[in-house]
Every structure is written in C-alpha cells, then in structure tokens.
Design a protein around this ligand. Sequence first.
Ligand SMILES: Cc1ncc(COP(=O)(O)O)c(C=O)c1O
Length: 399
Amino acid sequence: MLASSSDSLKVSALIPTYNRFPLTIVKGKGSFVWDEAGEKYLDFTSGIATCNLGHIPEPVKMKLVEQLLTLWHCSNLYHIPKQEKLASLLVKQSFGDQVFFCNSGAEANEAAIKLARSYAQKEWGSEKYEIVTFTQSFHGRTLATLSATGQEKIQQGFAPLVPGFRYLPFNDMEALNSLVSDNTCAVLLELIQGEGGVIPANPEWVKKLDQICKENDLLLMVDEIQTGMGRTGSLFAYQQYDIEPDVMSLAKGLGSGFPIGAIVANEKAAKGFQPGSHGSTFGGNPLAVTAGIATIEQMIQSDFMNTVKELGTYLSEKLKELKQTCSQIEDIRGKGLLQGIVIPKKAGQVVEKAREQKVLLLTAGPDVVRILPPLTTSQEEIDDLIAVLESIFKYSLTD
Ligand SMILES: Cc1ncc(COP(=O)(O)O)c(C=O)c1O
C-alpha cells in the first residue's frame, strides 16, 4: 500500500534501532560539524571514536578521491596491492604477523572468535572452544559478538545465544583463578571498556591475565576497536601494558570514517585460518584500504602520537581540576583522548546541556559522560569544552 505524504511525515521508513538526538548533521570539517540550520558544533564524539583525524581529513580525502577515479571494488578472488600495503603497515606497527580485513568492529570480533576456535580445535581438538570475556564488556551486535558481550541488556531478546562464552568480573584478580577450564581456548577483552563506562584495565591484572594465557596456550585477544588508532595516546592501547597479545581487532578509527575492520594476528594464531575458512565480499575493499593507509600514515608521522599524548594529559588534568569544583563528579578516568566523567545518574543531562551549548559529547551508561575529541584537536578547543562543562556543573544540573 502506498503511504500518503502525511503518513510519511509521521512514520520513518527506518526500523527504529537507534534513539537519536534531535539534531541533523549535514556537514563536518576538522573538530566541527554543522546542522541543517547552519549552526556549528564542537564534535567531541568523533562519530564514536571513528573520525580520529577529525572530519574529512585532507590527506585521507585526497587519496580517496584518487582511488574513486581508479577502482571502487575488486573481489578477493584477485590480488589487491593496497590490502597488502595496509596489512604491512599494521604488522610493522604492532605485535602482528598477518591481517584479515572486514568492514566493521563486530565483524572483526567475529573473525577473532572464529580464528580462536579454529586455532584451538586444530591444535587441541574439538573440546577447546570456550572464550572468556568480561562483565560490562562490549564486543558488537551480531549474534556471536553480543554473546561475547558481558551485558545482559545487549543480549536481551536474542536467546538462544551462541554457546561457548564465559564471563568473569573485570579487573578482579581473584577471579583469574577460575579463568581456565578444560574447554577454554582464548580470552577477549577491551583494555579500556568504552561502552561499559570508560573503565581502564588495571595493569597488574592484565599482566597476570597475559601470564595465564601464555602458561595455558590460550590466545590473548584485545578488542581495540575503540581504543586503537591513537585514541589512548599510543597507536594501540596494548602498547601501554606490558603484554604481547595474539590477536587484535580494529575498526572505527582505522578508516577515518570510511567503513573498515581488521584483525591483526601473530603467526601462531593466524594458522587458524586457511583458504576457505573465512571471507567477506567487501573486506579490504580498495576504497576502505586506501582510507586505512592514509590514516595510519598520518598517525605514524613523527610527533603525531606525542602531541596526542600531550593533549590527552591536558584534557585529563583540566577535567580533574573541574572535579575539584563540582562535588557531583565522582571520578575522572580514561587514557589519552578517551576520557570519562563519572557523575551518577546525570550523564544524559550533561550531554543534553552540552548540546544546547553546541558541544557534542556521549554517555557510556547512565553514570559516565564520555569525551572523545578528534586526535587533531587543540588545547583551545579543550578549553572551550571545559568552559561549557564548568557552566553546566555550576548552573544547569537539576536533581
Ligand atoms: C570495543 C568495541 N568492540 C566492538 C564494537 C562494535 O563495532 P561496530 O559497531 O563497528 O560493529 C564497538 C563499537 O562501539 C566497540 O566499542
């Protein structure tokens, strides 16, 4: 049946999977976006940790335009030189030896889950399939990745879940004693839980986890979909922990906003896959890998990461100063340019008030305001954010 024009005004043709803010963004450049009315907003969400070089970064744009005029798509039945180039860059910058490309974070974690099972079953037999993950984690919305996610609200309504996941409390030393069962083959964790509330993993706990994995030949898999690509002050967050993972999943910032995902694996884990084990029509698409190459080439330029580290320290110090003036703030936590303000039950209100003052922020649950500036931000922009937060904390929060 055809909908009348008045119907189409009332009912969106989109299945309502998102609660959207009352804002329509039509343009972006650097740290800013503009709405339909031409109003300018300071975007400290970076498209949820995705536009890490700001909106439409010039070097990525130029390479994408060149590629747009050359080749858009090529199936993985043929060689794609830029896939090789991006894989080599990722390998050179990390613990990894080989890379598989896909299109999103959930797909990257799906690949990691399949790789872990396949590696362990070849090595040890079919009883080794269990992957340990942690409470409050977030690993994606596909059936396997929501089964890996340690949050009931994400899993609700989708039973039966994919079997073979067990959840332990995050940052709990004691709980590590029960990490290994007869079936365990791998551990999957975020080094800073992003969606779960900006909760950094404790370094001693992570070290112990790494040791247990090494002693029991479990794959240590780090989900760096939110923490990777410079977000926490190093190219990858694991580089700030004294560990050597076996597998790392990436997406979000890898393509500066162009959809791409990847897993990076060491030689041992990569043996889990051979031709026919896994695949994706669009995985490693020429446009996507072009965006990835241009992005990582910017980030590995001398001083880029040093500046990000300095900006992260500046932001966290300014937020800590702000905490002194506002008794409702319980904590400031995070690493680099992934920072959280813990303000119980008020995070949504703070985000709304900031939007009214033309600054975009995110929540991470009801108690945490999540701040994700582009890595190309400046001290002046951070000062602007702090001034807006100061006025919100002083004058506008209601009970
Ligand atoms: C840590 C982590 N893992 C996985 C995902 C899922 O990524 P995507 O939405 O690209 O599927 C996200 C997305 O927020 C994430 O933050």
